[in-house]
Write a protein that binds this ligand. Structure first.
Ligand code: PLP
Length: 448
């Protein structure tokens, strides 16, 4: 199948908007991947600084993880949820050992949104009759119906309203707003230790700990969503370590298998578990998911965690992150009309840009230079943050290559009048409603 056939299939059998975007951005078919590199079916190579928003922590096709996955596949791939298979047992023990405090009770499932659902069920049961949940505006916790309730990006929620009414959204990083929102009806606060979504916001030091303390003061539970930040991405094994914060529940997923299999975990404290099992009408099994924790996924997760610990990837992310962010900040200073700032921590970095049109322009031009970046995928954001999330195994040379290509791309984009991007932005905001021929004409792409 060639590229145009794939786009045609996408158009007819999946998502016509995605088909338009793939065609317009000259997206080619990914054929194989290794380390920091993706190769298309024609042999063109792309440096992967998108990593599916942080999934490919240990590098693509990591040989250590591949060997463990093949070995497990040859023995036993899946089993119903339970704890009888050594890789499942091993993963639960490993997570409990790695996590701080008494985060010892592990529920395994397949996706981040499901992990979030398990946490929602646990906090509502444990703190009944309290019903209110507080989350940050613009936060991202997944898109299953339960997780949607606490999604801070309203454009994703709106088509499904009315959802749970007792959810309050407060600005990320604003302790006073959170404090005002707390009362004796709050069951839990869900918080990303570094905000993801269309923005990338690193809170001031101490904020996450203060959120925990506010929860304690009001008898609410504190849920840390580390689906994007954990396993070294933010420069520590877990981002809560920066503040020595101690959540009641932590949510994990993306980097856990380094993208070699789907898995997610909801890990709760012994104290919370005892509260739940003390409830007369509650069985801990109500939280389980039948398809979670396949031995195959558990074995790949264990191998990835081995690799992350052995190679000390969190320290590497912190060290190389300094290099990447200083390069991004240098370019941000050079192009103030296009770039507002370069936020980030560890290898979770980005460019906060003038508007979504600039974000799309940088993504497309960098794509033509052979670099994949993580587009925020939110055209309604005012100043979205274009992500630079390489694998944590990235080399210094690959970081320099990305920065060189970024300098060349910004030179090209910066040679156009900045007002052009403000006009284009009016169209970008409506791009899903524009006729396809018009979008192609605008971006100089031939109709298929
Ligand atoms: C912080 C955070 N929470 C939850 C999710 C949802 O995970 P999934 O897409 O696996 O459902 C994501 C996914 O990007 C995320 O970044």
């Amino acid at each position: 199948m060639n590229r145009l056939q794939v786009i045609d299939c996408c158009d007819k059998h999946w998502n016509p908007t995605a088909a338009t975007l793939y065609h317009m951005s000259h997206r080619t078919i990914e054929h194989r991947a290794e380390g920091s590199w993706i190769e298309d079916e024609e042999g063109n190579r792309f440096l992967d600084f998108a990593c599916s928003y942080g999934v490919f922590i240990v590098g693509h096709a990591n040989p250590h993880v591949q060997a463990a996955a093949c070995d497990q596949l040859a023995r036993i791939a899946t089993l119903p949820y339970g704890m009888m298979e050594p890789s499942q047992v091993g993963l639960m023990q490993r997570l409990a050992r790695m996590l701080p405090g008494d985060l010892n009770r592990v529920w395994l499932t397949n996706s981040g949104a499901e992990a979030c659902e398990i946490a929602l069920r646990a906090v509502l049961a444990a703190r009944a009759p309290r019903r209110r949940i507080i989350v940050a505006r613009d936060s991202y916790h997944g898109k299953t119906l339960g997780a949607l309730n606490i999604l801070g990006q309203h454009n994703h929620r709106n088509p499904f309203d009315p959802l749970m009414r007792q959810v309050d959204f407060v600005p990320y990083g604003d302790l006073a707003a959170l404090s005002d929102a707390m009362d004796s009806d709050v069951a839990a606060v869900f918080l990303e230790p570094v905000l993801g979504g269309p923005y990338l916001q690193v809170p001031v030091s101490g904020y996450v700990k203060q959120v925990e303390l506010l929860c304690r003061e009001h008898g609410a539970l504190f849920v840390a969503d580390e689906i994007q930040t954990a396993f070294g991405r933010a420069g520590r094994m877990f981002a809560i370590e920066y503040d020595a914060a101690q959540p009641d529940i932590i949510l994990l997923s993306k980097g856990m298998t380094g993208g070699h299999a789907a898995i997610a975990a909801t890990v709760m404290s012994d104290r919370l578990y005892e509260t739940l099992t003390g409830l007369s009408d509650f069985d801990a099994d109500y939280l389980a998911s039948g398809a979670g924790a396949s031995p195959f996924a558990c074995a790949t997760a264990l191998a990835s965690l081995d690799f992350i610990e052995r190679e000390n990837l969190p320290e590497r992310a912190q060290r190389l992150g300094v290099r990447l962010i200083s390069g991004l900040r240098r370019l941000a200073r050079q192009y103030p009309a296009l770039i507002e700032e370069a936020p980030g921590i560890g290898l979770m970095t980005g460019l906060k840009v003038r508007n979504p049109a600039v974000e799309s322009a940088i993504t497309m031009v960098m794509g033509r230079h052979g670099i994949h970046l993580g587009h925020s995928m939110n055209e309604s954001a005012d100043h979205p943050v274009l992500r630079f999330y390489p694998p944590l195994t990235v080399t210094e040379g690959e970081i320099e290559l990305c920065l060189d290509k970024l300098a060349a791309s910004l030179e090209q984009i910066g040679s156009r009048p900045v007002k052009l991007f403000d006009c284009l932005n009016l169209l970008v905001r409506r791009q899903y409603r524009l006729p396809r021929w018009f979008v192609y004409r605008l971006t100089g792409v031939k109709q298929t």
